[in-house]
Ligand binder design. Structure first.
Ligand code: LLP
Length: 420
């Protein structure tokens, strides 16, 4: 069981909306810092641990700076994310660059920053060499194929476009060694929102086993392995958060059984979690503006799936609460919907909620939980919808706007030569 909380009262929201009208994302700095510390502490039983926050989950430099202050690096997948990490003050090996189908300009930027480049294919060795030259340290992304099951979000590894096969990994290390690369690392990312800690322990076991094989067959001694992201969060109140300390103890056991006897100790451990770091510390705050009773009851919000597409895209559950009505009796189920001309624009389907007041000024606030990762980041502009802004609840209780809402001018900014 996980208690779903929200850090502001209805009265505080009424104050805040005078300056920052809904909808907006709210992130809790204190909660993010606490989580970052918890991860570092739990993984401290493993050598040279570093978490590279997956920028794609919450690409805002204000958040990256907070995380950098807690000793976290960044995992980037594109040019924009590299620039964001740079603007947040990160440089060099604090940045991992895990991309796929990568354009040469992105490799050049990663090289310029001194980021750890994680190659997604064996042909990318030559591509990178031509685009930006080979760095002294290189990592490969491993795709374990049938060894791992995957899930609906990330797909089955066997059918996924990412990474190199085992024979290619061995060949790849031989090739980069011959080309003069001196430092080596290995990465995989095979799960998404996986709550079962055994899955992650097993991933570590697979990587450790391969690290030993790489040493034996190619002579390349890995400096670190990156276990990727994909650790789940309890979106549903009935779910339990993964036991982080137990998971780390399990990974340590595998390390002691595989890495230590092979003489590979110390082997650094890295992760690139996004969702568990900021997911539960972010909420989409909207307002109920319409109620409609036809074959079902619909509660219409002033936000839509252009602000948060996870429920529509994956059928993902996001908990919903109504500030000020936490203990109120639940009514018969309703669908909580946005204003897009898409029938799947639903934040919740047949959800039991308290009686909801509607109206642009005095309607109820509707808080959508666990939206701090892969939330605003996945927003889009279909139907000319303007993406909402982002607020940060500081540790001293102040609210800072860290991204303003989009305007019509933003939406039209790329049109050229078509106006009268
Ligand atoms: N590293 C790599 C290479 C990734 O591709 C991802 C996510 C992460 C790290 C971070 O994973 P996390 O810890 O946040 O689960 N849009 C989906 C998630 C897509 C995952 C893509 N990769 C969602 O909303 O659930």
């Amino acid at each position: 069981m996980t208690k779903k909380t929200f850090p502001l009262t209805k009265e505080r929201l009424r104050e805040i909306e005078k300056r920052f009208p809904t909808p907006f994302y709210l992130y809790d700095e204190g909660a993010i810092r606490k989580t970052a510390r918890r991860f570092r502490a739990a993984f401290s039983i493993l050598p040279a641990y570093k978490e590279h926050f997956a920028v794609k989950a919450l690409p805002n430099p204000a958040i990256l700076r907070i995380l950098a202050g807690e000793g976290l690096g960044a995992d980037c997948s594109s040019l924009a994310e590299l620039v964001l990490a740079e603007r947040a003050g990160l440089r060099g090996e604090d940045i991992m660059f895990t991309s796929n189908e990568t354009p040469s300009a992105e490799f050049r930027k990663a090289r310029e920053l001194g980021a750890v480049i994680n190659l997604d294919d064996i042909t990318h060795i030559a591509f990178l060499q031509k685009a930006a030259g080979l760095p002294g340290l290189l990592s490969f992304r491993y795709n374990p194929g049938p060894l791992k099951a995957g899930n609906a979000i990330i797909g089955k590894p066997e059918e996924a476009k990412y990474g190199l096969t085992r024979p290619q990994i061995l060949e790849g290390f031989k090739m980069i060694k011959e080309a003069g690369v001196k430092r080596f690392a290995l990465h995989t990312m095979v799960a998404s929102n996986e709550l079962n800690i055994n899955y992650h322990i097993e991933t570590a076991r697979i990587l450790f086993t391969l690290a030993v094989e790489i040493l034996e067959k190619t002579g390349a001694r890995l400096e670190f392995v990156n276990l990727g992201g994909g650790l789940g969060i309890p979106y549903r109140p009935e779910d339990d958060a993964p036991d982080l300390e137990k998971m780390c103890a399990g990974i340590r056991e595998q390390y002691d059984a595989i890495i230590v006897p092979a003489g590979l100790d110390p082997l650094g451990i890295r992760t690139e979690y996004g969702r568990p770091i900021t997911g539960p510390a972010g909420w989409l705050v909207a307002k109920a503006i319409h109620r409609k009773d036809i074959y079902r009851r619909y509660i219409g919000l002033n936000a839509c799936m252009a602000d948060l597409m996870r429920p529509a895209l994956y059928g993902a559950y996001h908990h919903i609460t109504i500030p000020g009505k936490e203990g109120a009796p639940l009514q018969s189920p309703c669908d909580v919907v946005g204003s897009l001309c898409e029938n799947n624009d639903k934040f919740a389907v047949q959800r039991e909620l308290p009686a909801i007041d509607v109206g642009e000024s005095d309607g109820d606030f509707v808080v959508i939980h666990d939206a701090g990762a892969h939330g605003r980041a996945m927003g889009f502009n279909y139907n000319g919808k303007l993406r909402c802004g982002e607020l940060l609840l500081r540790e001293d209780g102040d609210i800072t706007q860290i991204r303003r809402p989009e305007t019509l001018e933003d939406y039209f900014a790329t049109l050229e030569g078509v106006w009268d």
